[in-house]
Design a protein around this ligand. Sequence first.
Ligand code: ME8
Length: 523
Amino acid sequence: MTGATFYITTPIYYVNDSPHLGHAYTSVACDALARFKRLDGDRVLFLTGTDEHGQKVAKSARDAGVDPQAFCDRVSENFRTMTRLMNVSNDQFIRTTEPRHASASQAIWQAIAKSKSPKGRDNLYLGKYAGWYAVRDEAFYGEDELTTGPNGTKRAPSGAEVEWVEEPSYFFRLSDWQDWLLDHYTRNPDFIAPASRRNEVTSFVKGGLTDLSISRTSFSWGVPVPGDPKHVMYVWLDALTNYLTAVGYPETASADFKTFWPADIHVVGKDIVRFHCVYWPAFLAAAGLALPKRVFAHGWWTVEGQKMSKSLGNFIAPQHLVDQYGIDAVRYFMLRELPFGSDGDFSHRAVVGRINGDLANDFGNLAQRVLSFINKNCDGKIPTPGNFIDHDGSLLNMRAGLLPSVRQCIDTQELNHALEFIWTVVAEANRYVDSQAPWALKKSDPPRMDTVLYVLAETIRHLATLAQPFVPQAAAKLLDQLAVPDDFEHRCFKALAAHPLKPGTQLPKPVGVFPRYVETVAS
Ligand code: ME8
C-alpha cells in the first residue's frame, strides 16, 4: 500500500429504466480506474448503486401496478446483476431507499437549513414554485431554455417533455452562489473535466443562477423534509447525497468519512454535469463540507448511428453484449474505441474490428506464438536468459516506461490512451518476435533463443499485469499461463519490478485467451 486513498463513484442509476449499454459503460470505465488504483497500491472505495426516489420512479411503479418499494427492489436488483455481469469490482452498492441514506439526506438538509449564503442570507427558505419541470430529467428549466415541439408541447434541451408545476416549495438560495462557484472553478482548474465541460458549466453559471426548488409536495415518494413532512426532498438533493451516505455521513468523525471524503472523482455522463458541478458543490459548501476533487463527464453512445431508445428497437442490454462478444471484448471495445469524454458510436462492425484486430491478431497472437514456442521447444519451462543485446534494448525500454505512462493516463482519465500505450508495446513485441526469429535461433544460437524468449515472456507478463484493470479475465488467464502466483503480491504493479519470471519455472499448456469473432451466416 502506498498510503494513498482513492474514492470513485458512478452516478446512481434511476430504477425506472432497465440497465443498458450506457450504464454498463460508466460502470466499466470506473471499474478500470478503481482496479488500476488498487493494483497501484491505493486503498480504494468504489461506489455505485441506484437512485430510487422521485416522481419518475413513483410513476413507473404506478404504471407497473406495484408499490414503489417493491418496484425499486426488483429493478435495483437488475442493476446489481449488471455490475456483476460487467465484472465491476464496486466496494459498495448503495440504494437511496436504505434507512442510512434517509438519515444522511436529512442531516445535509438540516446543515443547509442552518447555513448562510456567501451574501450572508439564509440558504434555505420556504416559497412557492411556479415553473417548468421535466419528470424524465427530474429537473427544473427556465422558460428561455425550452423549445416548442410540433404539437405545441414544450421540451427541455434534453428532449424531455416539461409540465407546469405550481406548489409550495423550499428553495435553496443558489443565486447567491454564482461568484463563489466561478471562483472555485478558477482556483481549481481540475475540478471539471474535460475542458469542454468546464467551459460549458462556466458559461452556464456566468449566465446567472436562479434559486433552486428543493422540495416537492405533489407526491410523497421521497425523503421527508425534516420538520415539515408534507414536503419530500427534491430527488437530486437526495440522490447526490448518496456519495456522503456511503462514507458514513453524518458521522464526519467516522473512519470511512475521514479516510475517503472528499471523493477523488465523480464520473458522470455529460447529461448530468449541471447537477454535479453547480448544485452539488453549492449544497456541500453550504453544509460546511469539502468538495469532491474532480467531476469527469464522459460522452454519449449512439447505436449504429442512432440515439438508443426502446421505441427505435435499438436498446442494447448488457447481457446481450456479453453473450455475443464476451465480457473482456466488450470492456476493451468500450474503453478503447473512443476518447473518454467524447461521444461515440457502438456498431457491430467496429466491435468485431477491435476483437479480431487488437485482441486476437495483436495481443492474442503474440501470447499464443511465444507461449506455444516455449511449450514445444523449452520443455514448457521459462528459459534462462543470457546477456541482453542492443536489439533487446528498445523493447526493454518501452516496457519499463509503460507503468508511468499508463498511470499518467489513468490520473487524467484518458482510458483509451492508456490502452494505446499498452498496445504500442504489444506491437513492438510482435516486431521483435519477427526480427529476432527464435525459430531460426533454435538451430543457429540456442542460448540467444533462450534470451529472446525470456525477454518476450517477461514482456507478456508486463502487458498482462497492466491489462488487468481493463480486461481482468483475459489478463488473469495470461498470468496463469506464465505461472504467476495468483495473489496481490505477484500481480500488483510493484510485482513488475519485484517478481520477474524465474527461469526454469514450469508453465501450463498454453491456451488462446482472445478468440477471433466469427460471423455466423444465417442459412
Ligand atoms: O441520471 N451513453 O441516472 P440514469 C453513455 N439517477 N452513457 C450513458 C448513456 C449513453 N447513451 N445513457 C446513460 C441519473 N448513460 C441519476 C444520477 S447521480 C447522483 C444520479 C449513463 O439512470 C451516464 O453515465 O439516467 C449517465 O450519466 C447515467 O447513465 C445516467 O443514468
